[in-house]
Design a binder for this molecule. Structure first.
Ligand code: UT7
Length: 318
């Protein structure tokens, strides 16, 4: 059996910055409150005339370049997103055309913030059982299009961005474990009731019971992380870098403490991007690599929790 490993990463971050100060003009909030309660200072906003696929395209081009892969070598594209350009066709199909790949399979997967980890699991299985050799695995969100900038409980949190990896066949283990879970009972604690950018009733906006989501996130990130560590036959102290979902600094801190991981083993960039849902851990992975925080042989733990509720943790060997 062959293994699957990440051979290149890429990201796209929109230029436009929405700062906490900017939000003070939109809702009853303050820079101090947002920083203290979430750890976020600013987030990125995609131009109105651009869409999720535009960000994915840029992230994929960079990931292909970094992995020295020609688009024609790619056997499939899987995109995790809750903000596709259209209800149908998928963002992945749009990418197939724009990246000028062969006429390979391409599909989107909806698992809220856990989208990328779910996609990673599917891609890993396809490679390990010989159905594909090289895949593009993407997480991208245009959350500003479904954020209500009159709701201070959500608009302070979310931002736009995209990340992509090339996952390929390898002789050495790369993705050591992936553990996924879901609980639909809590669906309406974090959901988007409708769609359509012209919807006059605001049903397209993301609605969230923040406090309830927060409590569950802390518990599940801990238990699901431990499950993934155990499934990789490792102990928490074997983890070299923890890349948690960047949803709230207090969730990250609580999870890190419960896992008994030291501060320097935890990667955080929430202050600059806020919560970018399925792009979140991809932005962090790419930046951690660029900052030389990851070296060959390191064990990296991802853990993500979000709408569904759906969650996933993965341990990879770099
Ligand atoms: O990616 C999916 C996962 N998502 C998450 O993990 C998000 C989880 N939730 C959160 O991050 C937090 O619950 C929030 C940041 C959304 C809210 O923080 P909180 O510490 O749970 O605040 P709270 O809702 O308990 O509200 C505390 C106080 C309230 O005032 P009173 O009742 O104590 O007077 C709120 O009205 O803070 C007030 N408040 C705000 N004040 C200033 C709530 N939002 C704001 C705000 N600015 N934006």
């Amino acid at each position: 059996m062959s293994f699957a490993k990440i051979s290149g990463t890429g990201i796209y971050i929109p230029d436009k910055i929405l700062s906490n100060k900017d939000l003070e003009a939109l809702v009853d909030t303050s820079d101090e409150w947002i920083k203290a309660r979430t750890g976020i200072s600013e987030r990125r906003i995609l131009d109105k005339d651009k869409a999720t696929s535009d960000m994915c395209y840029e992230a994929c081009v960079q990931a292909l370049k970094n992995s020295h892969t020609d688009p024609k070598e790619i056997d499939g594209i899987i995109v995790g997103t809750v903000t596709p350009d259209y209800m149908t066709p998928s963002v992945a199909c749009l990418l197939q055309d724009r990246l000028d790949t062969r006429k390979i399979f391409a599909f989107d997967l909806s698992a809220g913030c856990a989208g990328f980890i779910y996609c990673l699991n599917v891609a890993k299985a396809l490679i390990e059982n010989g159905q594909a050799k090289k895949l593009l695995v993407v997480g991208s969100e245009n959350l500003s299009k479904i954020t209500d900038y009159k709701d201070r409980g959500t608009c302070i949190l979310f931002g736009d961005g995209a990340g992509a990896v090339v996952l390929e066949e390898s002789d050495e283990p790369g993705i050591l474990s992936v553990c996924l879970g879901a609980s639909g009972k809590e669906a309406e604690l974090l959901y988007t009731p409708g769609g359509g950018s012209k919807d006059p009733n605001g049903y397209r906006f993301l609605k969230m019971e923040g406090k309830e989501v927060f409590k569950e996130a802390v518990k599940v990130i801990q238990s699901n992380s431990l499950e993934a560590i155990e499934s990789a036959n490792l102990n928490p102290n074997d983890i070299d870098l923890f890349i948690p979902h960047q949803a709230n600094m207090r969730i990250i801190e609580a999870a890190r403490e419960r896992l008994d991981l030291p501060l320097e083993k935890c990667y955080v960039n929430i202050e600059r991007y806020g919560n970018t849902s399925s792009a979140s851990v991809l932005l962090a992975l790419h930046e951690a690599l660029n900052e030389s925080k990851i070296k060959k042989g390191d064990n990296i733990l991802f853990s993500v929790f979000g709408a569904g509720f759906a969650w996933g943790s993965a341990v990879i060997k770099w």
